[in-house]
Design a protein around this ligand. Structure first.
Ligand code: NAD
Ligand code: AHE
Ligand code: ZN
Length: 370
């Protein structure tokens, strides 16, 4: 079939909207009509050329929701008409990683996924002249139709709106899951969140859900304060507007440091600030942000010797086929909020404007509706 997609032809270039060929699903695969997709900073990280794993040409996008159009041979858990959210962290329920409750990082298709291919080692997308186009994070949601392995699709209820639940495909689950699954924050804790974008605001929402008493948000952009407070932030700090060192300021503000701190910026200097503003003796700092090729984190080992720990999380530690339908229920039952964070709705033709809004700090989530 043919479908319309925003194609990343080269690193650093705007996406190009074009008709592409899409082969039908092979064994174990599913053809999905994407109804809506969010723009996450990780898409921009890859588009820009910062991602060491970036491959071009590719169809980016990993925060989608849609409807099953066709299932390949052997697919048993999904049928035509099901509503689904593609998962960049699949859940095969069979590999050593899926069988270990300490991780959500199913590895059953990681090598082909990282190479921009489906599990059989080939791509279903191509240009009209036959040039292959790579998949991205196993999802490629910047296309009106995509083919995804069965193990990388969460089946969700049919009354949930696509233009909101697409965000559960990454930002919502990553932020809330970092608090609940990874940090396992206790009632009464103090949390510090660096970066109040599409991920950080969901960390704040997760901290409120977990019963944290003090929730400090840190961002260079004062415009993020109002939204942070809406989601439960108790204190806002703009590092450019304080006297002296940000770490000392945060330690003072929290009476010793955060029980839990989170980096949601992707900046390695901020990751260090997050670690060092965690409480001596027990503070845990969780890295969520992804950093560009060649960048490394650093701190004095003494920071760890004195009881802080440095950890990280992918997709909020969530096992997608199991957890994502539950998070959709939380949204539908009013336990979590999504709507105010969807600040812009765009058509596929306007997708590059969505990245401009991200850079300008004007959007939390821009969502493309097909
Ligand atoms: P975003 O662009 O919406 O938000 C980033 C925020 O950080 C902005 O509000 C910006 O003003 C703020 N910021 C930038 N530099 C800062 C600094 N020096 N100090 C304080 N604040 C600063 O991005 P997003 O979509 O929220 O993504 C955030 C990061 O999380 C990205 O690196 C993204 O790639 C990563 N991410 C990781 C996962 C995962 O599973 N680990 C999932 C999704 C996104
Ligand atoms: N490709 C990058 C790493 C990018 C990365 O860390 N991706 C996160 C998801 S970000 C979603 O917005 C992730 O899940 N990583 C686990 C994995 O297996 O990819 C690089 O540095 O090479
Ligand atoms: Zn993402």
């Amino acid at each position: 079939m043919r479908t319309t997609a925003a194609v990343a032809l080269e690193a650093g270039k705007p996406l190009e909207i074009m008709e592409v060929n899409l082969e039908g699903p092979k064994a174990g695969e599913v053809l999905v009509e994407i109804k809506a997709t969010g723009l996450c900073h990780t898409d921009e990280f890859t588009r820009s050329g910062d991602d060491p794993e970036g491959i071009f040409p590719a169809i980016l996008g990993h925060e989608g929701a849609g409807v099953v159009i066709e299932v390949g041979e052997g697919v048993t858990s999904l049928e035509v008409g099901d509503h689904v959210i593609p998962l960049y962290t699949p859940e095969c329920r069979e590999c050593d990683y899926c069988l270990n409750p300490k991780t959500n990082l199913c590895q059953s298709i990681r090598s082909t996924q990282g190479a921009g291919l489906l599990p059989d080692g080939s791509t279903r997308f191509s240009m009209l002249d036959g040039t292959p186009i790579h998949h991205y994070m196993g999802c490629s949601t910047f296309a009106n139709h995509t083919v995804v392995p069965e193990i990388a699709l969460a089946k969700v209820r049919k009354d949930a709106p696509f233009d909101k639940i697409c965000y559960i495909g990454c930002g919502v689950t990553t932020g809330i899951g970092a608090v609940i699954n990874t940090a396992k924050v206790e009632i009464g804790s103090t949390g510090i969140v660096f970066g109040l974008g599409g991920i950080g605001l969901n960390v704040i929402q997760g901290l409120r859900l977990a019963g944290a008493d003090q929730i400090v948000g840190v961002d260079l952009n004062d415009d993020k304060e109002a939204m942070g407070r809406h989601f439960g932030m108790t204190d806002f700090v703009n590092p450019t507007k304080i006297d002296g060192d940000i770490v000392a300021h945060l330690v003072e503000l929290t009476g010793g440091g955060g029980d839990y701190t989170f980096d949601a910026t992707g900046n390695v200097n901020v990751m260090r600030q997050a670690l060092e503003s965690a409480h001596k003796g027990w503070g845990e700092s969780i890295i969520i942000g992804v950093a560009g090729a060649g960048q490394e984190i650093a701190t004095r080992p003494f920071q760890l010797v004195t009881g802080r720990s440095w950890r990280g999380t992918a997709f909020g530690g969530a096992s997608g086929r199991t957890d994502v339908p539950k998070i959709v229920d939380w949204y539908m039952d009013g336990k979590i909020e999504i709507d105010p964070m969807i600040t812009h709705k765009l058509s596929l033709d306007e997708i590059n404007h969505g990245f401009d809004l991200m850079h300008e700090g004007k959007s939390i989530r821009a969502v493309v509706e097909f």
